[in-house]
Each structure stands twice: as structure tokens, then as C-alpha cells.
Design a protein. Sequence first.
Lengths: 256, 409
Amino acid sequence: MANKSESRKSAHRKIQSDERHLIEISALKKTYFSEGYPTPVLHGVDLKIKAGEFLAIMGPSGSGKSTLMHILGFLDTLSEGKYWFDGVDVSKLSEDDLALIRREKIGFVFQAFFLLPHATVLENVMLPLVYSRGEDHHRQRALAALEAVGLSHRVNFSPTNLSGGEKQRVAIARALVNEPTVIFADEPTGNLDSLSGKQVMEIFHQLNKKGHTIILVTHESVTAQNAERIVHIRDGLIESDELVKDRLMGTSQYKK
Amino acid sequence: MKRIFKFIGVALQSLFSNKSRTLLTMLGIIIGIGSVIMMVSVGKGAEALILASVRSFGDRSIFIQPGGGEAGPPSVTAIDKVKYKDYLAIKNLGLIEDVAPLLIYQSAVSFGSSSFSSRIVGTNENYAKAINAEVGVGRFISEDDVNNANKVAVLGLTNASDLFGDRNPLGEKIKINGYNYEVIGVMGLQGTRFFQDFDKRIMIPVTAMKSTVFGVDYLMAITGNAVGNIDETINDLTYFIRKRHAIYNPTDDPNQDDFRVVSQVDAAKTFQQVADVLTVSLVAIAAISLLVGGIGIMNIMLVAVSERTREIGLRKAVGATNSDISLQFLIEAVVLTFAAGVLGVISGIGLSWLIAIVLQNFQRDWQFVVTLDSVLVAFVVSVLIGLVFGIYPARSAARLDPIECLRTE
């Protein structure tokens, strides 16, 4: 077991280079406590991600991939280890500091979209801007984000009248509106048919080309093939970390 | 500040998305605030009426009534303690002028086929002056009428029109308790004083009343206007009557007297105290409904927090801090209660106006009063209710873990 773990780590190290990394975690551990009993989820993860990378985190359910994403995305804090974001040690930040980083640097796309049903498409996209201090032109920024996902014609629609693919594109526009450094996508195609799924992945390709770092969490290997690098997690440890050979490069232009 | 305006927008959006619940939640506050506005308005209206009554009698007016004590109606046993002889003695004393006796009874009155029950006031030639009233047509009771116990009557304006319509009542005979009285005059419009309609009174010589109608030797009251200082006059009259009634009362305990001498100002104070107590207790009841309404707000806000767990998780994920979430729900509660306060004020003013219209049928001088103070207090209270009852739900929303929130189905 120890040898297997060692070999995993050495395989992983091959990929890490000396370049400056946007995200760098070392010996990251996470333990949840439920009624006083500890449940360890991550057992010591090392990972470096460069700015502008398109990375997929894969693993079976219970492997710890969602927990890793939550910590990387500042929704959760780590129990042990170190986390540097853009060269800054962010291992021990207050809840408010984490909220500030989420607001300014992070965009989230969730499997279940999480759109507010009573707000219009535009209002949903503008949601993160409610919490940004200062800065105007909120409407223009939201419209630009909607244009980027090809939904300019749905601005005043209610989310309830949209298809699943369109809902997810609204969610992507919402993630984009703050011009985040990193976009985290948690099973973004999980609730979509294959065509809508392809369209959504195509948008991620476009965003990645524009310089956004994309971190995709999925258990579908086909979806993961869109990324340039796949990190496999199992039992709270990185099992493999490899570049994708036959990468799917979304070519079909998504339909408006 | 800008953040607060943004959150007001967010609050309005979520309140409008569930209109019927929002309205039902507000109902408790609307009723509470509306009641407070209404109670205060009624209280102020009563106050205005009392002040008008005092002014209508004139501020030198003094009443001598049977029964000791500070306030309240005389006890049954004390009702005959102020005698007609007291009136004769006080009339000649010179402490008060325009002295008039008052013997008031309800009695049947008829003319031809029309008949009704009315207040009959047995009095003398000074009465009109003593109560600051004027005769409209004809003349008032004269000294001769009183001395000779003439069966003459002066009608209140309403009584005159009820009995005679457009006909001239002067010289006509009306029946009071079976005896014929000649109408010699009709009073001018007097209105309501101390909740009594003076236009529905018929004045006859007190001597005529004593001999024909009731045959009693006591009076309901003696009235007149103080010649000198009012307080001194009250004191002097009190000592004078104690002496006549053989009451030994060195401690000046009003409960030991069998009469009391009051000025209109005192009477007004008494009424004012009653009105104040009434207003305070009614407002207190309305305040309880505000408390209940506030608890309703808290309850619904807690429901809203648990219903919108995913929304809270999402808002946190896109960068809302705990204080943002807390402020947002607090503002939502305040917007809710303030809107309810506005509706409450509007409905309270509307109800006060309706009450004023209804009361004006009975009390012509009733005024519709809504003070700016009460409206401002209502707004402040409604905002405070939102703050007080919104803080707990807001804080419980802020404490939620974003990951747990996003996991909920």
C-alpha cells in the first residue's frame, strides 16, 4: 500500500514543473467531524495548476474530488497542509476573506444550475455583481457574459422557460460575469443530453482559449477528455495525473 | 449605503415573487399599526371635543353637584343632597352670578300626533347665560315665569323641528308629562357639550317642574359664573354649603362632603384623564397585536431561510459574505414590515376618517384628527419590528455552510 502510494506520488511529480503556478497545494488534508467523530476525506494531496490550464479532476463518488474542488474554490477550508493561490498563502483565511476571493477570482458552474427561478436570465447573471463593491456597468457586463455563451436572445426570459443546456449556459455566464481567474465546473454536463453537453463543453474550450483557467470535476471520462490534463483521485489521494493524448477539441459552434 | 439599496432591490424581488404570502405575513403588522393610528386619532378627537366643550360653557362656569368625592357620578343615596333651598341661598350670596338651578328628567313630550321622549330641564331665567347659549326665536324663561310657576317651555332647535317642522312653534301648546305648556321660544344651535346634545333639551321654569311634574325639593345641579377668582370661589362655596349641610370636614376630604363644587376646567381635566387612560389601554392592546405580528414575521422569515437554503449557498458561492447574507434577510424583514407600516397607516387613517363620519352623526363637533407624530411613530415602530424580529432569521441564514446549502435538494 505504501509502495503504491509512493509510485502514485512519483508519477504525479513528473508533471509538476518549476514554472510559477496559479494554484499550488501541498500535503493537503481534510477531515470532517460529525458529532465529534473524525472522517478523513483527503489524506495529503499535492497538486500544482498553471494559469490558463484546462484540468479535469476525476474519481468515483466518495473519492474526495468534490471536497478538493470546494477547498480549491474557497468554499471550504483545509485541515492540514498548504495552499498557495497566485503566490499567496491562503491556508488560513477567515470566512470573509474566502468570500472576497470567491467574489473576485472564482466562478462556479454546478450540475444543478442553481438559477433563481423568480429572477430573469439577466438578473441571474448579474447576481454576483450584487456583492461586488463599487464598479458600475453591471448590466453591460452581464449582457457581455450572456453574449459570450450565445444567449443574448434570452435576456428577459425566466429560467423556467429555458432548456437544460440553456440553463447551464446562463450559469456559465453568471460564473463569467466577474471575469474570474478560475472557473470551477462541478459535473456541468451531468444533467444535460449529449448535444447540450457538447455545447457547454465547447463554451469551456472558448473560455479556456481566452485565458480562463478551467477546473472540471466529473466522473464521465468522455467529458474529462475535453481537458488537457486529468487528475484521478481515489480514496483521498491522487492516483494519477496525466496529460490527455486524444483530447476532444470542441469544434462544433454551439447553436444559438 | 449603495449595498443597502442593492439589497432593497433584492428584497423587493423576493417579496414580489411570493405575493400572497407576503401580504398575509404583513397583515398582522397592518392591523397593529392601523389600530394604533385609529386609537390615537379617536383619543385626539375626544380631546378636541372636550376642549371645545369647555370653551362652549365659558371658563368661569361653576357647577355645584350632589355627591362627594373627586369624580364620577353621585351615588344613589347622594342624589338628593343639593336642595332647592341651597340654590336660593347661593343665588343671594353674590359669589357667583347668573345662578341657575338644574333639574333634569327624561319625559314624554307631544304635540298633536307627534310625540317622543326628551330631556326636560327645569331651570330659571339665568340658564341661557349660565351655559353661554342664546335664544334663536321668541324669548327665554323670565323671572316672572319662575316666580309664578308658569307653564311655558323653550325648545331646543332639534326638538322644535321634530315637533313642528316648518311651522312657527311660538304660542303653540305642547304636552309634557300630561301637562300643557306654551312654547315661548326656541334656542339657537348649541351643538354637543360633554357628549350631550343640547339641541334636544326643553327648558321649563324649575318651579313649574317641581309643582307639576315631579314635586321634588332637590336639584341635579346649580350652575353659575364665578364673580372673582375661580379657585377662591370654589373654596368659599364649599365652606358655605358645608355649613348649610352641617358637615364637619376640617381635613378638606372631598369624600366627607355630600356635594361637590367643580369648574368646567376641572370637569375637562377629569374627562381628559378618562380619555387618556382609554387611549393608553387601547394602544397597549394594539401593541400586543404588533408583537404577535412581529412573531409572525420572524416565523415566515425562518421558513424563507430554510426554503431558500440553496439560494443562500449560491449567493455565498458567488462571493456573498456572512454579513451580506445577514443584511439581505434583515433588509427583507424591514422592507416587509415597513411596507406593512405604510399600509397600516393608510388603513388607520381611513378607519379614523370613517369613525369620525359616524361619530359626527352623534357628536356634531367631533373632529377627524390624525397627528404627524402618530404617523412618524408608526413608521419607526414598523421598521423596529422588522429589525427586532428579522435579526434571528437573518443570523441563522448567515451561519449556513455554503457546501451544505448547495447539497440540499
